[in-house]
Design a protein around this ligand. Sequence first.
Ligand code: ARG
Length: 274
Amino acid sequence: MKKKILSIALIGAMMLGIVGCGGSAAPEDAADDETTAPEAAEGDTSALTGTEGVLIWGTNAEFEPYEYMEGNDVIGIDAEIADSIAKKLGLTAQVENMDFDAIIPSVQTGKVDIGLAGMTVDEERLNNVNFTDTYVEAGQAIIVKEDSGIKSAADLNGKKIGVQRGTTGDEYVSDEANGVGAASVERFANGPDATQSLITDKIDAVVIDNEPAKKLVENADGLVKLDENLTSEQYAIAVAKDNEALLDAINGALQEMKDNGELQAILDKYLETE
Ligand code: ARG
């Protein structure tokens, strides 16, 4: 319904010659593009998601700058991506906040339509869900106290390391094959809980994604992030295996956001450029 109104407005604008190529009207360009989101272009989005007209995104909003709370709202990079994708598909984004390790099961059971949570594509997850094209590069970083003797990854040997449960940071530190040599791995519900434990000396280091690590350090006193990254990862959006139509539609929307600079603008808004 809303989509139709937007399309009519767009056609009107085109007739008046207001809309050029690319430019600010780009969010509606998908409607003209046969290769992207044909379902959305027809205005029939009922088959795409579990609830007609709504795109429910599952996340864990304790992951600034990707998703975090501001009052009762979930804001951040992923929140803006969710809104933009939903709009392109003629849907309204609705967030479902949960523990990180509940997101993939929720996608699988259809409790949410997508998992959008700074989530890294990895082989094990690919057994359970599909991932869209990737939208950002990331890596695991190390946070320590300012006065700690830990200067590099090698110094993690024999240390108590905090991670967010079920994340790639958890996997990396826990897998002995990676040779981190942690004395123990302490698993927390979220990054802020892990850094709190670091501040009170219950653990020696926190391993978490690079950009959230910067924010955690910024938001606390006496913590530093080491320069070295332990991994190189890519974030994408998780979609149920049986919903190829939604996967294709989102890939179309993401491509459009990459092509028209919208994605970069969202990233620039939240990420410090070095
Ligand atoms: N990139 C990491 C992973 O996929 C951590 C993601 C944590 N996301 C969050 N919203 N808490 O496992």
